[in-house]
Design a protein around this ligand. Structure first.
Ligand SMILES: C[S@@+](CC[C@H](N)C(=O)[O-])C[C@H]1O[C@@H](n2cnc3c(N)ncnc32)[C@H](O)[C@@H]1O
Length: 369
Protein backbone atom coordinates (compact mmCIF):
# COMPACT_ATOMS: atom_id res chain seq x y z
CA UNK A 1 0.00 0.00 0.00
CA UNK A 2 1.28 3.50 -0.75
CA UNK A 3 2.34 5.50 2.28
CA UNK A 4 0.62 8.76 3.18
CA UNK A 5 3.65 10.85 2.07
CA UNK A 6 3.66 8.98 -1.27
CA UNK A 7 -0.03 9.75 -1.69
CA UNK A 8 0.54 13.38 -0.73
CA UNK A 9 3.24 13.66 -3.38
CA UNK A 10 0.84 12.27 -5.99
CA UNK A 11 -1.83 14.73 -4.81
CA UNK A 12 0.55 17.66 -5.25
CA UNK A 13 1.45 16.51 -8.78
CA UNK A 14 -1.85 14.89 -9.78
CA UNK A 15 -1.90 16.72 -13.14
CA UNK A 16 1.28 14.78 -14.02
CA UNK A 17 -0.57 11.49 -13.53
CA UNK A 18 -3.45 12.40 -15.83
CA UNK A 19 -1.73 10.93 -18.91
CA UNK A 20 -1.85 7.56 -17.08
CA UNK A 21 -5.64 7.73 -17.12
CA UNK A 22 -5.58 8.54 -20.85
CA UNK A 23 -3.27 5.55 -21.42
CA UNK A 24 -5.57 3.27 -19.39
CA UNK A 25 -8.50 4.42 -21.52
CA UNK A 26 -6.54 3.84 -24.73
CA UNK A 27 -5.73 0.30 -23.60
CA UNK A 28 -9.44 -0.38 -22.97
CA UNK A 29 -9.00 -0.43 -19.18
CA UNK A 30 -12.66 -0.05 -18.28
CA UNK A 31 -15.18 -2.50 -16.83
CA UNK A 32 -16.75 -3.48 -20.15
CA UNK A 33 -13.37 -4.00 -21.81
CA UNK A 34 -12.02 -6.11 -18.96
CA UNK A 35 -15.25 -8.11 -18.76
CA UNK A 36 -14.94 -8.86 -22.49
CA UNK A 37 -11.31 -9.88 -22.09
CA UNK A 38 -12.25 -12.31 -19.32
CA UNK A 39 -15.38 -13.46 -21.22
CA UNK A 40 -17.38 -12.82 -18.05
CA UNK A 41 -20.90 -14.16 -18.05
CA UNK A 42 -21.80 -11.82 -15.17
CA UNK A 43 -22.44 -8.06 -15.53
CA UNK A 44 -19.21 -5.99 -15.80
CA UNK A 45 -19.89 -4.22 -12.47
CA UNK A 46 -19.36 -7.55 -10.69
CA UNK A 47 -15.67 -6.96 -11.43
CA UNK A 48 -15.87 -4.51 -8.53
CA UNK A 49 -17.78 -6.80 -6.17
CA UNK A 50 -16.30 -10.24 -6.87
CA UNK A 51 -12.78 -9.08 -7.59
CA UNK A 52 -10.95 -11.66 -5.46
CA UNK A 53 -12.96 -14.51 -6.99
CA UNK A 54 -12.20 -13.34 -10.52
CA UNK A 55 -8.56 -12.93 -9.55
CA UNK A 56 -8.44 -16.58 -8.47
CA UNK A 57 -10.25 -17.81 -11.56
CA UNK A 58 -8.59 -15.68 -14.26
CA UNK A 59 -5.05 -14.78 -13.19
CA UNK A 60 -3.41 -17.87 -14.70
CA UNK A 61 -5.11 -17.53 -18.07
CA UNK A 62 -4.11 -13.85 -18.21
CA UNK A 63 -0.49 -14.81 -17.49
CA UNK A 64 -0.60 -17.53 -20.12
CA UNK A 65 -1.88 -15.14 -22.83
CA UNK A 66 -0.38 -11.77 -21.87
CA UNK A 67 -1.83 -8.59 -23.35
CA UNK A 68 -1.39 -4.98 -22.22
CA UNK A 69 -5.00 -4.82 -21.00
CA UNK A 70 -4.70 -8.15 -19.16
CA UNK A 71 -1.44 -7.03 -17.54
CA UNK A 72 -2.99 -3.74 -16.37
CA UNK A 73 -5.98 -5.66 -14.98
CA UNK A 74 -3.64 -8.04 -13.15
CA UNK A 75 -1.66 -5.16 -11.66
CA UNK A 76 -4.42 -2.77 -10.67
CA UNK A 77 -7.67 -4.72 -10.38
CA UNK A 78 -6.98 -8.40 -9.77
CA UNK A 79 -3.95 -7.71 -7.53
CA UNK A 80 -1.74 -10.49 -8.84
CA UNK A 81 1.95 -10.46 -9.76
CA UNK A 82 2.88 -10.18 -13.44
CA UNK A 83 5.93 -11.51 -15.15
CA UNK A 84 8.49 -8.78 -15.98
CA UNK A 85 8.28 -9.55 -19.71
CA UNK A 86 4.54 -8.88 -19.70
CA UNK A 87 5.13 -5.72 -17.68
CA UNK A 88 7.79 -4.58 -20.20
CA UNK A 89 5.21 -4.81 -23.00
CA UNK A 90 3.16 -1.98 -21.44
CA UNK A 91 3.58 1.37 -23.19
CA UNK A 92 6.71 3.15 -21.92
CA UNK A 93 4.77 6.24 -20.66
CA UNK A 94 2.56 3.97 -18.51
CA UNK A 95 5.58 2.26 -16.99
CA UNK A 96 7.34 5.58 -16.51
CA UNK A 97 4.45 7.08 -14.56
CA UNK A 98 3.86 3.90 -12.53
CA UNK A 99 7.51 3.80 -11.49
CA UNK A 100 7.85 7.52 -10.86
CA UNK A 101 4.88 7.52 -8.45
CA UNK A 102 5.50 4.07 -6.91
CA UNK A 103 2.29 2.57 -8.29
CA UNK A 104 4.14 -0.68 -8.97
CA UNK A 105 6.85 -2.57 -7.09
CA UNK A 106 9.39 -4.47 -9.19
CA UNK A 107 11.54 -7.39 -8.07
CA UNK A 108 13.82 -9.70 -10.05
CA UNK A 109 10.91 -11.60 -11.60
CA UNK A 110 7.66 -9.76 -11.08
CA UNK A 111 5.85 -6.46 -11.08
CA UNK A 112 3.11 -5.93 -8.52
CA UNK A 113 0.58 -3.12 -8.25
CA UNK A 114 0.64 -1.06 -5.06
CA UNK A 115 -2.76 0.55 -5.60
CA UNK A 116 -6.06 -0.48 -7.06
CA UNK A 117 -7.45 1.47 -10.01
CA UNK A 118 -11.14 1.03 -10.79
CA UNK A 119 -13.09 2.42 -13.70
CA UNK A 120 -16.78 3.15 -13.30
CA UNK A 121 -18.95 5.13 -15.71
CA UNK A 122 -15.81 6.51 -17.44
CA UNK A 123 -14.26 7.81 -14.23
CA UNK A 124 -11.13 6.38 -12.62
CA UNK A 125 -10.53 5.80 -8.92
CA UNK A 126 -7.24 5.12 -7.20
CA UNK A 127 -7.63 3.37 -3.85
CA UNK A 128 -5.86 0.87 -1.63
CA UNK A 129 -5.91 -2.82 -2.48
CA UNK A 130 -8.18 -5.10 -0.49
CA UNK A 131 -6.22 -8.27 -1.14
CA UNK A 132 -3.14 -9.69 -2.77
CA UNK A 133 -3.28 -12.79 -4.96
CA UNK A 134 -0.01 -14.56 -4.16
CA UNK A 135 -0.61 -17.36 -6.65
CA UNK A 136 -1.52 -21.05 -6.19
CA UNK A 137 -4.95 -20.09 -4.84
CA UNK A 138 -3.52 -18.00 -2.00
CA UNK A 139 -5.50 -14.77 -1.52
CA UNK A 140 -4.19 -12.67 1.36
CA UNK A 141 -6.64 -10.06 2.66
CA UNK A 142 -5.08 -6.72 3.56
CA UNK A 143 -5.77 -5.19 6.96
CA UNK A 144 -8.99 -3.33 6.19
CA UNK A 145 -8.88 -1.12 9.30
CA UNK A 146 -6.57 1.51 7.79
CA UNK A 147 -7.14 1.18 4.09
CA UNK A 148 -9.26 3.19 1.71
CA UNK A 149 -11.64 0.80 -0.01
CA UNK A 150 -11.87 0.66 -3.78
CA UNK A 151 -15.35 1.13 -5.26
CA UNK A 152 -17.25 -1.95 -4.06
CA UNK A 153 -20.73 -3.34 -3.47
CA UNK A 154 -21.96 -0.76 -0.95
CA UNK A 155 -20.55 2.10 -3.08
CA UNK A 156 -22.49 0.86 -6.08
CA UNK A 157 -25.71 0.31 -4.14
CA UNK A 158 -25.63 3.82 -2.70
CA UNK A 159 -24.59 5.40 -5.98
CA UNK A 160 -27.41 3.73 -7.91
CA UNK A 161 -29.88 4.72 -5.15
CA UNK A 162 -28.98 8.44 -5.19
CA UNK A 163 -31.64 10.58 -6.79
CA UNK A 164 -29.85 12.38 -9.63
CA UNK A 165 -28.78 15.78 -8.24
CA UNK A 166 -30.19 18.75 -10.13
CA UNK A 167 -27.62 21.45 -9.73
CA UNK A 168 -27.54 21.96 -5.95
CA UNK A 169 -24.74 21.41 -3.46
CA UNK A 170 -23.55 17.92 -2.50
CA UNK A 171 -21.86 16.59 0.63
CA UNK A 172 -20.23 13.15 0.57
CA UNK A 173 -19.62 11.91 4.11
CA UNK A 174 -17.13 9.06 4.58
CA UNK A 175 -15.98 9.70 1.04
CA UNK A 176 -13.23 7.05 0.88
CA UNK A 177 -11.80 7.25 -2.63
CA UNK A 178 -14.36 9.96 -3.43
CA UNK A 179 -16.71 7.92 -5.58
CA UNK A 180 -20.08 9.40 -4.52
CA UNK A 181 -18.87 13.00 -4.86
CA UNK A 182 -16.98 12.38 -8.11
CA UNK A 183 -19.75 10.45 -9.86
CA UNK A 184 -22.32 13.15 -9.10
CA UNK A 185 -20.07 16.20 -9.50
CA UNK A 186 -21.11 17.25 -13.03
CA UNK A 187 -24.74 17.53 -11.90
CA UNK A 188 -23.95 19.67 -8.83
CA UNK A 189 -23.06 23.32 -8.41
CA UNK A 190 -20.59 22.61 -5.60
CA UNK A 191 -19.37 19.42 -3.92
CA UNK A 192 -17.57 18.67 -0.71
CA UNK A 193 -16.16 15.32 0.43
CA UNK A 194 -15.17 14.57 4.02
CA UNK A 195 -13.64 11.56 5.72
CA UNK A 196 -12.15 10.80 9.11
CA UNK A 197 -9.15 9.19 7.43
CA UNK A 198 -6.38 11.46 6.09
CA UNK A 199 -5.54 8.74 3.50
CA UNK A 200 -9.10 8.94 2.21
CA UNK A 201 -8.99 12.74 2.00
CA UNK A 202 -5.80 12.59 -0.06
CA UNK A 203 -7.10 9.80 -2.31
CA UNK A 204 -10.39 11.64 -2.88
CA UNK A 205 -8.49 14.78 -3.87
CA UNK A 206 -6.19 12.78 -6.18
CA UNK A 207 -9.22 11.19 -7.82
CA UNK A 208 -11.02 14.51 -8.21
CA UNK A 209 -7.96 15.90 -9.99
CA UNK A 210 -7.45 12.78 -12.14
CA UNK A 211 -11.04 13.06 -13.31
CA UNK A 212 -10.70 16.81 -13.91
CA UNK A 213 -13.30 17.74 -11.29
CA UNK A 214 -13.27 20.36 -8.57
CA UNK A 215 -14.29 18.97 -5.20
CA UNK A 216 -13.40 20.34 -1.79
CA UNK A 217 -11.89 17.44 0.15
CA UNK A 218 -11.39 17.80 3.89
CA UNK A 219 -10.93 15.78 7.02
CA UNK A 220 -14.11 15.61 9.08
CA UNK A 221 -16.05 13.42 11.46
CA UNK A 222 -19.63 12.50 10.57
CA UNK A 223 -20.72 13.06 14.18
CA UNK A 224 -19.27 16.54 14.61
CA UNK A 225 -18.90 17.99 11.10
CA UNK A 226 -20.34 21.44 10.49
CA UNK A 227 -18.99 24.13 8.16
CA UNK A 228 -21.77 26.64 8.53
CA UNK A 229 -23.38 25.56 5.26
CA UNK A 230 -26.36 23.47 4.32
CA UNK A 231 -26.33 20.95 1.51
CA UNK A 232 -29.07 20.03 -0.95
CA UNK A 233 -27.87 16.45 -1.14
CA UNK A 234 -25.94 14.40 1.38
CA UNK A 235 -24.62 10.90 0.70
CA UNK A 236 -23.19 8.72 3.44
CA UNK A 237 -21.94 5.19 2.90
CA UNK A 238 -21.86 4.53 6.64
CA UNK A 239 -18.80 2.46 7.47
CA UNK A 240 -20.05 0.65 10.53
CA UNK A 241 -19.31 -3.05 10.60
CA UNK A 242 -20.30 -5.74 13.08
CA UNK A 243 -17.73 -6.28 15.79
CA UNK A 244 -18.53 -9.99 16.00
CA UNK A 245 -15.48 -10.74 18.14
CA UNK A 246 -17.01 -8.75 21.00
CA UNK A 247 -19.06 -10.79 23.47
CA UNK A 248 -22.18 -8.68 22.96
CA UNK A 249 -23.59 -6.23 20.44
CA UNK A 250 -22.99 -2.82 22.02
CA UNK A 251 -26.36 -1.09 21.78
CA UNK A 252 -24.67 2.34 21.77
CA UNK A 253 -22.34 1.64 18.87
CA UNK A 254 -24.29 -0.83 16.73
CA UNK A 255 -24.59 0.27 13.08
CA UNK A 256 -28.26 1.14 13.67
CA UNK A 257 -27.39 3.30 16.69
CA UNK A 258 -24.55 5.02 14.82
CA UNK A 259 -26.75 5.91 11.86
CA UNK A 260 -29.44 7.19 14.22
CA UNK A 261 -26.84 9.22 16.14
CA UNK A 262 -25.62 10.82 12.91
CA UNK A 263 -29.16 11.61 11.73
CA UNK A 264 -30.20 12.84 15.16
CA UNK A 265 -27.23 15.12 15.72
CA UNK A 266 -26.33 16.39 12.22
CA UNK A 267 -29.13 16.25 9.72
CA UNK A 268 -31.10 19.32 10.77
CA UNK A 269 -27.82 21.25 10.80
CA UNK A 270 -26.47 20.11 7.43
CA UNK A 271 -29.46 19.50 5.18
CA UNK A 272 -31.29 22.23 3.23
CA UNK A 273 -35.05 22.46 3.48
CA UNK A 274 -36.27 20.35 0.54
CA UNK A 275 -32.94 18.48 0.39
CA UNK A 276 -32.37 14.77 0.89
CA UNK A 277 -29.80 12.57 2.57
CA UNK A 278 -29.19 9.10 1.19
CA UNK A 279 -27.42 6.57 3.26
CA UNK A 280 -26.28 2.96 3.14
CA UNK A 281 -25.74 0.80 6.21
CA UNK A 282 -26.30 -2.67 7.65
CA UNK A 283 -28.80 -3.14 10.46
CA UNK A 284 -28.55 -6.16 12.75
CA UNK A 285 -32.20 -6.90 13.57
CA UNK A 286 -32.93 -8.49 16.95
CA UNK A 287 -35.60 -11.21 17.13
CA UNK A 288 -39.08 -9.89 17.82
CA UNK A 289 -38.10 -6.21 17.55
CA UNK A 290 -40.26 -5.36 14.54
CA UNK A 291 -39.31 -4.17 11.06
CA UNK A 292 -36.05 -2.40 10.21
CA UNK A 293 -37.97 0.88 9.93
CA UNK A 294 -39.48 0.40 13.42
CA UNK A 295 -36.09 -0.50 14.89
CA UNK A 296 -34.49 2.58 13.30
CA UNK A 297 -37.27 4.96 14.34
CA UNK A 298 -37.01 3.73 17.93
CA UNK A 299 -33.30 4.62 17.90
CA UNK A 300 -34.02 8.18 16.77
CA UNK A 301 -34.84 10.74 19.40
CA UNK A 302 -37.86 12.24 17.62
CA UNK A 303 -38.44 10.47 14.31
CA UNK A 304 -41.30 12.85 13.45
CA UNK A 305 -38.64 15.45 12.51
CA UNK A 306 -37.83 13.42 9.40
CA UNK A 307 -39.52 11.80 6.44
CA UNK A 308 -37.88 8.40 6.29
CA UNK A 309 -37.87 5.94 3.40
CA UNK A 310 -36.11 2.68 4.20
CA UNK A 311 -35.34 0.20 1.43
CA UNK A 312 -34.17 -3.23 2.60
CA UNK A 313 -31.59 -4.92 0.36
CA UNK A 314 -32.13 -8.65 0.78
CA UNK A 315 -29.32 -9.73 -1.52
CA UNK A 316 -25.59 -9.34 -2.01
CA UNK A 317 -22.56 -9.93 0.16
CA UNK A 318 -23.71 -7.94 3.22
CA UNK A 319 -27.04 -9.71 3.75
CA UNK A 320 -27.34 -12.53 6.26
CA UNK A 321 -30.84 -13.98 5.93
CA UNK A 322 -32.80 -15.51 8.82
CA UNK A 323 -32.61 -18.89 7.05
CA UNK A 324 -28.81 -18.70 6.91
CA UNK A 325 -28.63 -17.95 10.65
CA UNK A 326 -31.09 -20.75 11.46
CA UNK A 327 -29.13 -23.21 9.29
CA UNK A 328 -25.83 -21.91 10.74
CA UNK A 329 -24.49 -21.52 7.23
CA UNK A 330 -23.28 -18.16 5.90
CA UNK A 331 -23.51 -17.43 2.19
CA UNK A 332 -20.21 -17.72 0.29
CA UNK A 333 -18.17 -14.54 0.19
CA UNK A 334 -19.97 -12.85 3.11
CA UNK A 335 -18.52 -9.30 3.35
CA UNK A 336 -19.13 -9.04 7.09
CA UNK A 337 -16.18 -11.35 7.75
CA UNK A 338 -12.74 -9.86 8.26
CA UNK A 339 -11.38 -13.31 7.48
CA UNK A 340 -13.24 -16.19 5.76
CA UNK A 341 -12.17 -18.42 8.67
CA UNK A 342 -14.33 -16.34 11.07
CA UNK A 343 -17.69 -17.68 9.82
CA UNK A 344 -18.36 -19.63 13.03
CA UNK A 345 -17.52 -16.63 15.19
CA UNK A 346 -19.95 -14.43 13.30
CA UNK A 347 -22.72 -17.04 13.52
CA UNK A 348 -22.11 -17.54 17.25
CA UNK A 349 -22.24 -13.75 17.76
CA UNK A 350 -25.56 -13.50 15.90
CA UNK A 351 -27.03 -16.35 17.97
CA UNK A 352 -25.70 -15.03 21.26
CA UNK A 353 -27.23 -11.61 20.56
CA UNK A 354 -30.51 -13.06 19.25
CA UNK A 355 -30.04 -11.32 15.89
CA UNK A 356 -32.44 -12.75 13.38
CA UNK A 357 -31.11 -11.03 10.26
CA UNK A 358 -28.33 -8.69 9.19
CA UNK A 359 -30.13 -6.41 6.80
CA UNK A 360 -28.39 -3.99 4.42
CA UNK A 361 -30.51 -0.87 4.09
CA UNK A 362 -30.71 2.17 1.86
CA UNK A 363 -32.27 5.15 3.59
CA UNK A 364 -33.60 8.39 2.14
CA UNK A 365 -34.30 11.11 4.69
CA UNK A 366 -35.78 14.57 4.31
CA UNK A 367 -36.62 17.16 6.90
CA UNK A 368 -40.30 17.18 7.79
CA UNK A 369 -41.90 20.54 7.04
C1 LIG B 1 -17.59 2.09 3.52
S1 LIG B 1 -16.44 3.38 3.24
C2 LIG B 1 -17.27 4.29 2.01
C3 LIG B 1 -16.36 4.91 1.00
C4 LIG B 1 -17.08 5.57 -0.19
N1 LIG B 1 -17.93 6.65 0.23
C5 LIG B 1 -17.86 4.58 -1.00
O1 LIG B 1 -19.06 4.77 -1.16
O2 LIG B 1 -17.25 3.61 -1.48
C6 LIG B 1 -16.68 4.35 4.68
C7 LIG B 1 -15.73 5.53 4.86
O3 LIG B 1 -16.16 6.24 6.03
C8 LIG B 1 -15.02 6.73 6.71
N2 LIG B 1 -15.39 6.99 8.11
C9 LIG B 1 -15.42 6.15 9.16
N3 LIG B 1 -15.88 6.76 10.26
C10 LIG B 1 -16.15 8.03 9.91
C11 LIG B 1 -16.64 9.18 10.60
N4 LIG B 1 -16.95 9.12 11.89
N5 LIG B 1 -16.76 10.33 9.92
C12 LIG B 1 -16.43 10.42 8.60
N6 LIG B 1 -15.97 9.37 7.90
C13 LIG B 1 -15.83 8.19 8.52
C14 LIG B 1 -13.99 5.66 6.53
O4 LIG B 1 -12.67 6.19 6.69
C15 LIG B 1 -14.28 5.19 5.11
O5 LIG B 1 -13.49 5.86 4.17
Amino acid sequence: MLTLPELQRIASEAHALRPLISCLREQGYELNGIARLLALADPPETLLTRTALYSLVHSEELSARPSPLGTLAQLFLLACPVDLRAYASLPAPVRGLCERYGLVALDAQHARGRVSISELDSRYYLADRLFENRGAGDIALCDTSALVMPVHESSLRLLRFLEPPRGGSFLDIGTGCGVQAIATRPACSRSKAIDLSPRAVVLASINSALNGLEIECAQGDAFTFADGRRYDRIAFNAPWSLDYRAPALDARSSPTANVARFVDSRLELLLSAGGSCELWSIFPLPQGDGSAQQVFERELGRPERFLIELHPVREGGFHVAPAAIAARKLPRGCYLLQDPAHAHELLAFLERNRIQEVLPVLLRLRLAA
